[in-house]
Ligand binder design. Structure first.
Ligand code: DX5
Ligand code: ZN
Length: 237
């Protein structure tokens, strides 16, 4: 009997759009949680994939959030992957401290340093997963030189600095373009979207090629994070 080549059902090329969407990772953003209950909030999102940790310095973005002690506390309270989004100028100054405080992955902005390639290399030298991000007004071309070096590309779908903003619709086309570039490279890097993600747009973003959805206010809303996560999962099912 001749060997019949069966389609590889585990490969992305053979996967149906719905099975791809169902595999999308959810990354609740701690920025919207109740900080008086940090440990309890982390327990409530333990079915998520990443904990998204937004660090802001009041310089790169017009807001200040938190730094090492909160990351270290979150690290102690949760087994999940700590996905640290560094909205800080010249992030290379602090990569070691964030790694020591418990980051599993660190994402740096192309706009925040003239040495993006060096910053990505430093993250890898620290043994962590390296991400690169761009603001909605930054030409996508800015990430191309490091695209084959990174483990994650974060496309901002709001101007960074605050939770609870409205999704910028042009972001969908930007996600499609980065998806195409990653596929052309044969890269397995994650493609993350951050800002204004809701159950209403989650499926559209997954179909555009996103593999990680960050969600702050739509997870930690009045309905509670368990329901917030469930609604996103339903939208992706
Ligand atoms: C914005 C942060 C986001 C923010 C998302 O600067 O990077 O991670 O927390 O919040 P939502 O999901 O409410 O837009
Ligand atoms: Zn973020």
């Amino acid at each position: 009997m001749r060997n019949v080549r069966l389609p590889d059902v585990t490969s992305d090329a053979a996967a149906s759009p719905s099975s791809r969407a169902a595999r999308v990772k959810l990354a609740p953003s701690l920025l919207s949680c109740d900080f008086t209950q940090l440990g309890a909030e982390l327990n409530r999102i333990v079915t998520a994939d990443y904990v998204h940790v937004d660090v802001m310095d009041g310089l790169f973005v017009p807001n200040i959030s938190f730094g090492f002690p909160i990351l270290a506390a979150a690290r102690r309270a949760s087994p999940l992957f700590m996905d640290v989004h560094l909205m800080i100028e010249r992030p290379e100054r602090y990569l070691r401290e964030f790694a020591e405080a418990g980051a599993d992955g660190m994402t740096v902005h192309v706009e925040a340093t003239p040495h993006i390639h060096r910053a990505v290399g430093m993250i890898h030298e620290l043994g962590k997963r390296a991400g690169v991000s761009l603001n909605p007004g930054t030409p996508l071309e800015a990430v191309r030189p490091v695209l084959s070096d990174v483990d994650l590309v974060l496309v901002m779908s709001v101007n960074p600095g605050f939770g609870g903003q409205k999704f910028i619709p042009q972001s969908v086309e930007r996600i499609r373009t980065v998806r195409r570039w990653l596929d052309e490279l044969g890269s397995a890097a994650e493609l993350e979207v951050d800002g204004g993600v809701t159950p209403q747009n989650a499926r559209l973003l997954a179909d555009a090629g996103a593999t990680v959805l960050v969600a702050g206010s739509s997870v930690f809303g009045p309905q509670g994070p368990e329901v917030g996560l469930a609604r996103l999962r339903e939208a992706l099912a």
